[in-house]
Structures are given as C-alpha cells and as structure tokens.
Design a protein around this ligand. Structure first.
Ligand SMILES: [Cu+2]
Length: 161
C-alpha cells in the first residue's frame, strides 16, 4: 500500500516534470499600438504616415487657433497642440453630437478621466501631439471638454472632402 502511494507520488511528480516550464513572456514596454477602431470621423493615424502637420493653439479665451480646417479624405494629420494659457485645455475630435454629449457629461462629472486616441490633453504651457487619419468625408468638429470650455465656445470645425 505504502509502496503504491509512493509510486503514485513519483508518477505524479514525473508527469508534472514532463511539462516544460512555460517561457514567461515579458511584455515590452512599447508605445501603445495604434488603435484600429474606426470612428465616424476616422481612425487613429500612424505617425510614420502623417502627410501633414497642423499646429493648433489653445488659449484661456476659450479659443482654438485656427478654428477651422479643411482636410483631404484619407489624409493622416499630425496635430501639434499647444496650450498657451494658464488653464488645462484639450483638443477632442468628434461629431458635433458626440462632443455635445461628452461635454455635458464632463460638466456633470468634472473629474471623469477620459483618454482616447482622438484627444490631446495639454497642460498649461505644454505641447502634445495627436495623429489622426480622416477616412471619411464630412463635417466634423474639435472641442475642449474641460468643464465649461465647450459651452464657452471652445470649438472648431473640420471639413473633410
Ligand atoms: Cu479649454
């Protein structure tokens, strides 16, 4: 009986040992992969494929400069977004409907964190970049969703044709 148990244990140990130790895969701390999510207003762009750079300034007067852009359909644009003010600002791409809804939500929940490839949050005096490919023609917008800013007129228009 004891011998049987010992044999069983030995066998069990053997069968365990038969499994090679799986190689632990250490995920490399690489940049976030480019999202493939397709939005009505396009998709995240590959920085290597950016064919145009657009500088956008944001100010505490709640204005974007420029506040209107025309983009060719299919174009990948690198936005270089500078905050010239003393307040936090952000540039969020979307349809007017989406921006309105999102802005209303930010008013209700001011501390809500949001971070998507179509947003650039920029601290005072800083510059951030955002790369976006405009895959569909249409009329889109960009707004600052810091509570009160969108309502204060911090919005711009993008025509994709
Ligand atoms: Cu703002």
């Amino acid at each position: 009986m004891i011998r049987t148990i010992a044999t069983a244990i030995a066998l069990a140990t053997l069968s365990l040992a038969a499994y090679p130790h799986g190689e632990v895969k250490h995920a490399k701390k690489a940049a976030k992969p480019i999202s493939t999510e397709e939005k009505v207003f396009g998709r995240e762009g590959d920085p290597k494929k950016a064919s145009r750079t657009v500088k956008v300034d944001m100010s505490d007067k709640l204005r974007f400069t420029p506040d209107s852009l025309t983009i060719k359909r299919g174009e990948t644009v690198k936005f270089v977004v500078k905050n010239r003010g003393k307040l936090m600002h952000e540039m969020v791409l979307g349809t007017m409907q989406e921006l309105k809804e999102h802005a209303a939500m930010m008013l209700k929940h001011p501390t809500m964190e949001h971070d998507e490839p179509y947003m650039a949050h920029v601290a005072p005096g800083k510059t951030e970049t955002m790369v976006w490919q405009f895959t569909k023609a249409g009329e889109f917008y960009f707004g600052c969703l810091v509570p009160g800013h969108f309502e204060g007129g911090m919005v711009g228009k993008i025509i994709v044709k």
